[in-house]
Write a protein that binds this ligand. Sequence first.
Ligand code: BGC
Length: 512
Amino acid sequence: MRGAYGLFFLIVCLLCLSESHEIKSSRQDVRKFPDGFRFGTSTASYQIEGAWDEDGKTPNIWDHMTHNEPCVIKDCSNGDVALDSYHLYKRDVEILRELGVDYYRFSLSWTRIMPNSFPDKINEAGVQYYNNLINELLKYNIEPMITLYHWDLPQKLQELGGWTNPHIVDWFGDYARQAYRLFGDRVKSWMTVNEPYQICNHGYGDVLKAPILNMKGVADYMCAKYVLLAHARAYHIYDEEFRASQGGNVFIAFSAQWYEPESENDIVAAQDCNQFLWGLYVHPIYAENGDYPPVVKQRVAAKSAAQGYPRSRLIEFTPEEIQYVRGTSDFFGLNHYTTYSVYRNESVQGYYEIPSLYDDAEVILYQKTEWSLGETDLVKTVPWGFYNLLKQIREDYNNPPVYIIENGFASQGGLMDDDRVQYIRNYMSAMLDAMQEGSDIRAYSIWSLVDNFEWMKGYTQRFGIYEVDYEAPERTRTARKSARVYKEIMRTRSLDFSFDPSDITMPLDEGH
Ligand code: BGC
């Protein structure tokens, strides 16, 4: 009998191996989005604003790093001018109108609003800039959706330990309160933190983002705890002080890629990988009992003990903290780009630095060449991975309402971006598949509205559905083919694979 169950389980698992999910994306029919579904595009302050030291703004960790070690960035560039959106925000709103989005997701620069990092001084010029942007959006019926923190921490707070200092919970809460107070009469959608995994693992456990601390397996876990507590503080402040009068929502944007087992022997490895790389941040907020995923807690504690650490490198939450963090997101904000294949065998021993999150997870990841759309693409296109991820979120976390806050494709440039068009259509189709099966997905936003400063890759990678001419003083923004396709998707509220946008004119049509 047990043998029969075993066989049954194996067959079920093999069926679960997700490449077998047949995405309906190659269908030629028109797929409708449900009523009320919302579309947008995303950007972030440091990636577009420029004006790095204008009108009272003080340095953040990206200003500091790029000025002190310019060539940690691939093209030795920085965000000093970027797209100059600080001065050219009206052009940004114009292209948003041209597209016909429902909302625009952008982030606030903490040091533009609070140059001392603390609320003792509010910089009126910085506040005015965001007021102008918000008001311009509202004038055209575009909802402003704000991220409080998209990676540009005040440099002074970094010098105090940044996201590893427990006091960041107060500091971030103070900043959030000012933002709600200043803009909450008009802004109803707030994201606290963009992508805790990138903040902590790339910035504190590696050299992939500022502040390039590279204290693997220690600082990244410290950061995880305080980012989650700081997010929860910002959520509770809204709940207690603003929700009744302002009536908005607060949520967090997780980065979650999909980790697919290489073979049926790697099913557990892939599950562990999903838990270490995004469950670490999602579980404390969304799991019924909160807290870090049990597998992550157990493994890091055991490894830490074996390595001679007196306590787990993953600092535990107290029972009060578990309750404080649990349930603190009105929507599941999801940033998703791609999929990795995962395996675990004996070669994982000694494969990574010890200690490190990847050594703790004991998984090896890679991407398959057949997932490329072409030689020059920079994001592998795996729509079924998106579908699997959405399914897992639905099943593991009681089908939460989801906002897709980022999804997008990088190229090296060019207006005829058929690869990006293919990527976007196939990912949307995978999303519609998940929705047909019951996933409660309410919004979709493309990263990004415009090409911009792509962190360590500088200006060498282009994610925009609008191309930017960095040589022109006005940083000319020009619609790519993908912008035309996206405009038609939003206009018709449907996905039509056969639609060719050659006849859509993109300079703003005043009838819009
Ligand atoms: C970030 C963006 C970034 C994009 C593409 C996301 O992880 O939130 O700021 O530009 O990925 O790499």
